[in-house]
Design a protein around this ligand. Structure first.
Ligand code: ZN
Length: 341
């Protein structure tokens, strides 16, 4: 799934425009099913005080007054959303045009994730024999993990055909039901940048619980909507995107996980790119507001700029979260309640 880097940052003229054109066609297709859309309570806390926030890319967003989760509603139900993602022309275009240069620029991200997993295992005293990853994309994280030879067997669930050719990596393409039937369980489950695409998070978390060995960590990452970058750039932030149907924050992801019987071991926001993204957005802006002027003062000083990035990381205000949780409570989940208005 698309992560961090904007297509328009690295592609020649015309490609970004084509991506935007295909994305609009995708959204038009989705909106043709508007009569089947569902208007729901907050997917994280199930609260019903969820006023309309804004319209973006023709889709309506609500924000929960209790936990601040931002989500598309009315929006597609899970089956419609999955069908939409499967048929998306914009996403197929993105995958096909991902150049070697960009694959290289993404490598440090996968190395960092593997470093993080190794650190979590060391701190929890775990030597994992088997790991499982939901939505493995092109398999880059599995390749990184396999290269380190620290996990006996690595299992991926990814519907697209992948050819990794690594002896200890197994790729499941038949969907989650087949895995459930096998009753296999793993020493760690990963879901990098996935839960923001899931319409019914309780159902997803129930599935995660079923494949986790008792006491084993679930390690996930997702955008942090309660971040300075996302709040400041608003609809210009790459976090606010049509297929990010649910956008959590440190409070709401904790609420969601605890309601589903997980104990949160840690939440951090280790991002390094917030300040650069704010800078790039300010550089493109023609009109200037007072807060922009103040921000330019900070960004104009190299030391202050680095200090600001560290401050965002340390105070859960950077634009992506990493979460470690253990399922040692009871599952009290349910389908997100319909909103009665
Ligand atoms: Zn809420």
């Amino acid at each position: 799934m698309k992560d961090k880097i904007e297509i328009r940052d690295i592609h020649p003229e015309g490609v970004a425009e084509e991506f935007d054109r295909l994305m609009q066609l995708d959204i038009d297709d989705l909106r043709a099913h508007e009569s089947e859309f569902s208007d729901t309570c907050c997917p994280a806390c199930h609260g019903s005080t969820v006023p309309h926030a804004f319209v973006h890319q023709s889709l309506n967003y609500r924000r929960c007054s209790e936990c601040e989760t931002l989500y598309i509603s009315p929006g597609p139900i899970e089956s419609l959303h999955l069908d939409f993602v499967r048929k998306s022309r914009a996403m197929a275009f993105w995958r096909e045009r991902l150049p070697a240069q960009m694959r290289e620029t993404r490598k440090p991200m996968y190395r960092e994730r593997a470093d993080y997993a190794a650190d979590v295992w060391a701190r929890m005293g775990i030597k994992p024999a088997t790991t499982f990853e939901f939505g493995a994309g092109n398999g880059e994280f599995a390749e990184e993990l396999a290269a380190r030879n620290i996990v006996g067997s690595i299992v991926l669930l990814e519907p697209q055909a992948l050819k990794l050719g690594l002896p200890n990596v197994e790729i499941l393409t038949e969907g989650f039901e087949a895995l459930m039937d096998s009753a296999r369980q793993f020493d760690t489950v990963f879901a990098w940048e996935l839960i923001e695409h899931v319409v019914e998070p309780d159902m997803f978390l129930r599935a995660v619980r079923q494949v986790l060995k008792p006491g084993a960590p679930f390690i996930l990452s997702t955008p942090n909507e309660r971040s300075v970058e996302t709040r400041m750039l608003g609809r210009n932030s790459s976090n606010i995107l049509f297929d990010h149907v649910r956008l959590y924050n440190p409070l709401s992801i904790r609420t969601l996980l605890e309601r589903n019987g997980f104990r949160v071991v840690e939440i951090c926001t280790p991002g390094k790119l917030d300040v650069a993204r704010i800078q790039s957005c300010l550089d493109r802006r023609s009109e200037t507001s007072g807060s922009d002027v103040a921000m330019r003062l900070i960004l104009g000083d190299a030391v202050a700029r680095d200090d600001l990035q560290r401050l965002l990381q340390a105070n859960l205000l950077s634009s992506h979260m990493r979460v470690v949780a253990v399922a040692d409570g009871d599952w009290r989940g349910a389908a997100t309640p319909r909103l009665v208005v």
